[in-house]
Design a protein around this ligand. Structure first.
Ligand SMILES: *[C@@H]1O[C@H](CO)[C@@H](O)[C@H](O)[C@H]1NC(C)=O
Ligand SMILES: *[C@@H]1O[C@H](CO)[C@@H](O)[C@H](O)[C@H]1NC(C)=O
Ligand SMILES: *[C@@H]1O[C@H](CO)[C@@H](O)[C@H](O)[C@H]1NC(C)=O
Length: 425
């Protein structure tokens, strides 16, 4: 497709009209026990850190349909936005069911719109083929519902595959690049693919580029390399946000995830109503809520293109509960286990410069002078067993605040758990 300069300018101008947005990927599969109050609690907790909507990952035409209606009701009450993210890998829904779900909420004030069109996303779905997605859009258009389709076709991971994806799928308006983590490598994920994909969308289509930002990636569901992995993501809840803020400046950031416990990247509190099933063995007791404290700072920064002033000194810190080389009494050692760093990671959020001191075990001290705003550091795991870290903020020779972590690091492990515990000082 060739655009004249004038047409490209028009697309650019239309694009500028829409403010940046932050949403979080929400697993509707985890809500069979939810009431309206549960949805309201999740929405308020998300709004509290500046998240404006949920991408509703629905896999099957079952209880998830009713739960989604309740979600839309809560979102309408609370001024929150929702859009569908059809999970084409985890379930089985017909295109007619997909169409009926989009239509059912198309008129709602809570439905997220991209330039007045109803945004529809996916996880996977490239196997449906181009005609099915074109059919989805044309059927909805015939009902008066204009759709902006921004799928996460996960097999198109790299920029060099992207133009052929766009020419194969004329129905694609925007894109959600799912890949917030490095690809089985002990290196930080880069923005090369994000920037190339965003440029391609912006020059060839009218939909949004949705960039994925995630704090972690670990799954250990016990059936081999397809279900037991960790990705090198020790510090990506910091650097990936900085990539979004400084380098990519995407139309939309989608946090992966709000409540996907199985992949250990949840930032929601663990709702005891959720049946964690096999993931319980590595999720129970491993709270991630303090990551929201960090997320709030970066979300505000991205939305306003300026680092917000910090009004309260805090340090968020996270660490795994056993060494990566420990032999645990059950389960499989995850793929890429060697990549992770045996360390306690900290993110300081400071009103003004201070020293962040990190101690664990004997003679295992590190400190750094942290500036005002957000900064990161780490201290290695100790040589002694069964230890908890001690973190301090020191300013002008005075301890401003100090805390011990409440999860011990121990060589004794019943399962291979590469999911971190997250605390806040
Ligand atoms: C959805 O709700 C309707 C009305 O409340 C009820 O009749 C139906 O059984 C529910 N379906 C499921 C799958 O829960
Ligand atoms: C949405 O609004 C349009 C136009 O007012 C109407 O034709 C359509 O029936 C509505 N759809 C639903 C599901 O209420
Ligand atoms: C990844 O990024 C973090 C934070 O910017 C940095 O400290 C670390 O050295 C990087 N790691 C690698 C392997 O490049």
């Amino acid at each position: 497709m060739k655009l004249t300069a004038a047409a490209a300018l028009l697309i650019g101008a239309a694009r500028l009209a829409q403010a940046r947005t932050v949403v979080a990927h929400f697993m509707v599969q985890n809500t069979p026990q939810y009431t309206l109050a549960d949805w309201q609690n999740d929405i308020r907790a998300a709004q509290d850190i500046g998240i404006q909507g949920f991408a509703m990952n629905i896999a099957n035409y079952d209880y998830e349909v009713n739960q989604s209606s309740t979600a839309w009701q809560a979102a309408e009450q609370l001024g929150f936005k929702l859009f569908w993210s059809f999970d084409m890998a985890g379930g089985s829904m017909s295109m007619q069911q997909i169409i009926s779900l989009v239509a059912a909420h198309a008129n709602s004030s809570a439905t997220y719109r991209w330039n007045n069109k109803v945004l529809v996303s996916t996880f996977s779905g490239e196997n449906q083929g181009p005609d099915q997605w074109a059919f989805m859009k044309s059927q909805l258009a015939s009902q008066g519902v204009q759709v902006a389709f921004a799928p996460a076709f996960i097999s198109y991971r790299h920029a060099n595959q992207f133009n052929s994806m766009l020419s194969s799928f004329p129905a694609v308006d925007g894109f959600f690049n799912w890949w917030a983590w490095p690809e089985d490598s002990p290196t930080n994920v880069t923005t090369t693919d994000d920037i190339a994909m965003q440029n391609a969308i912006h020059s060839q289509r009218t939909g949004p580029y949705i960039m994925a930002v995630s704090p972690w990636q670990f799954k250990n569901l016990g059936s081999g390399t397809d279900n037991d992995w960790v990705e090198f993501c020790d510090q990506c809840w910091d650097y990936r946000w900085r990539q979004a803020i400084n380098d990519v400046k995407p139309d939309i950031v989608e946090i992966i995830s709000w409540n996907d416990y199985g992949e250990s990247h949840y930032i929601a509190d663990i709702n005891p109503k959720v049946d964690l099933q096999d993931a319980a063995k590595y999720v129970n007791g491993f709270e991630h809520g303090p990551w929201r404290t960090m997320g709030k700072h970066f979300i505000n920064w991205y939305l306003n293109s300026a680092q917000p002033a910090v009004t309260q000194d805090q340090v968020v810190f996270w660490y795994r509960s056993h060494w990566k080389n420990d032999v645990c009494s059950s389960g499989l050692r995850p793929r890429n286990a060697d990549f992770v760093q045996d360390a306690i990671f900290v993110e300081a959020l400071l009103t003004s410069s201070a020293t962040i001191a990190m101690d664990i075990g004997i003679n295992n001290h590190r400190e750094y002078v942290a500036p005002a705003g957000a900064s990161s550091g780490w201290v290695p795991f100790p040589s002694s067993d069964n230890e908890i870290p001690f973190i301090q903020i020191i300013r002008n020779g005075q301890v401003v605040k100090a805390i011990h972590g409440s999860k011990f690091i121990s060589h004794s492990c019943s399962v291979y758990n590469f999911n971190p515990w997250v605390g806040v000082l």
